[in-house]
Design a protein around this ligand. Structure first.
Ligand code: GRF
Length: 204
């Protein structure tokens, strides 16, 4: 792996359990992702994700209802090049989206544009689809509408529950999010209109 000067400085925004945060930290620790987590921001002071940040020695900040200006200031002070939303249950102020154009990613537990917004896994099961998956996308000012970077399908079993499907999706998410961040770090993602071109021969 590369030296620390070549690692992509990132911030991760969380609200809850933080299993995706943990997966990113673990992937960095295994030297499989050339990034460094400079800052974790939570809108929820009791998020277990904050304990994960502390345990990894990563700086964290609670901003319960941040204004766009406060969020942008915190991210700019941390000197990050990429912002990763990982279970962040707040809508990002447009000011923050504009301050980091095509430099904010989100992970969503459905195959967008299907089932955007809250409770995606519940929506998926209620609709009776046979196949779902997860999506990593760039964030724009809409809700789960930005250009799609990576998707992976997950089949739904006949006896699937919200808990079992969430677990299956998490397993995929924990592998896919670090992969998307590495593609960004390597400069392999190019946005053309609403599409993301991936300059990697094994992907499209
Ligand atoms: C993930 O399923 C993600 O897709 C969604 O929120 C969940 C966060 O889980 N946006 P965790 O906090 O990373 O465990």
């Amino acid at each position: 792996m590369s030296s620390s000067s070549e690692r992509l400085p990132i911030a991760i925004l969380v609200s809850g359990a933080g299993t995706n945060l943990q997966a990113i930290l673990d992937t960095i620790h295994r030297h499989e992702l050339a990034a460094t987590v400079r800052l974790v921001i939570s809108n929820n002071p009791t998020a277990p994700a904050l304990a994960r940040a502390r345990a990894a020695g990563v700086a964290s900040l609670v901003l319960a209802k941040p204004t766009g200006a406060a969020l942008v200031a915190a991210l700019q002070d941390a000197g990050v090049s990429l912002v990763c939303l990982a279970g962040y249950m707040n809508i990002l102020p447009p000011e923050a989206v504009q301050a980091f154009p095509h430099r904010i990613m989100n992970i969503h537990p459905a195959l967008l544009p299907a089932f955007p917004g809250l409770h995606a896994v519940r929506q998926t099961l209620a609709h009776g689809v046979r196949m779902t998956g997860c999506t990593i996308h760039f964030v724009d000012t809409g809700i789960d509408t930005g250009p799609i970077i990576l998707q992976e399908a997950v089949p739904i079993a006949a006896n699937e529950t919200e808990a079992s499907l969430t677990e299956k999706l998490h397993r995929v998410e924990h592998r896919l999010y670090p992969q998307a961040i590495q593609l960004f770090a390597d400069g392999k993602l190019q946005i053309v209109g609403r599409k993301v071109l991936i300059h990697d021969r094994s992907l499209w």
